[in-house]
Ligand binder design. Structure first.
Ligand code: VGL
Ligand code: ZN
Length: 239
């Protein structure tokens, strides 16, 4: 082929796709988990899958994918929603309220939930199909009766740390890749707080599922992407 014809085809390709082939190849390069990356598996518990007390639609379907991703990361941490009986986030703790109503608490607006993930119950156990034996840490949250905690970093009073920031910093971990349940609550709050604490935050979208109460899923993605959380798919990770 003549040089001018090759050049013509190249220019045509750029015109059609808007990006030169070299740039396209770069943007498709997979993310290779490094020694200072960590996979965070948020609340993959019986309570949040169908049959549990606060089921997230399709919550169980992401577990094989999370197990596969676990194998690609040297460092893995997990969280466990771990409420007292009569926890303040339960609708049953507020006369006349039902699940998905809201109340005003000293720390702000609280969405009310069915009783879920009660400490020490089978419902609160990590899902038995999770297979990431090298996970290093399980952080429990929401274990104080008067305060909820969606975030893995900071309780809902926005002042009480869970200790995860210190753990990740002390271990020299820099990028946090989030998976688990629920995208629009515990995953989103955790990813936003990871950024605020100075980490890079990625959410692996197809390894999460949302509750989507009153448009909460779309709002969570808008909040996350505008704050700088990176929205990726499991296929973007070299597993
Ligand atoms: C969660 C609602 C209440 C979550 C926990 O894990 O996203 N959502 N508690
Ligand atoms: Zn909860």
């Amino acid at each position: 082929m003549s040089l001018s014809r090759r050049r013509f085809l190249e220019i045509t390709a750029v015109a059609l796709t808007g990006v030169p082939s070299i740039v396209r190849a770069q943007s498709m390069a997979k993310i290779k988990p490094a020694d200072d990356d960590v996979l965070a598996v948020i609340d993959v518990q019986n309570c949040f899958v169908p049959g549990g007390t606060l089921p997230v639609p399709g919550g169980d379907t992401i577990i094989p994918l999370i197990n596969r991703l676990g194998g690609a990361f040297r460092h893995v941490v997990m969280t466990q929603d771990w409420h007292t009986p009569g926890h303040i986030s339960f609708a049953s703790s507020h006369a006349g309220k039902k699940p998905f109503d809201t109340v005003q608490l000293p720390y702000g607006t609280q969405v009310l939930w069915p009783d879920h993930c009660i400490q020490g119950t089978p419902d609160a156990e990590l899902h038995r199909e999770l297979r990431i034996p090298h996970a290093e840490l399980i952080i429990r949250k929401g274990y104080r009766q008067p305060v909820d905690s969606y975030s893995a970093f900071l309780e809902a009073d926005r002042r009480t740390p869970t200790g995860l920031t210190g753990y990740l910093r002390e271990r020299g971990l820099k990028r946090v890749f989030f998976t688990g349940l629920a995208t629009d609550f515990c995953v989103a709050w955790s990813a936003l707080d990871a950024l605020k604490a100075g980490f890079e935050a990625y959410v692996i979208e197809d390894a999460t599922r949302g509750i989507d109460a009153g448009g909460s899923l779309g709002k969570a993605w808008a909040d996350m992407t505008s704050a700088g959380v990176k929205r990726v798919q499991s296929g973007d990770i070299q597993a």
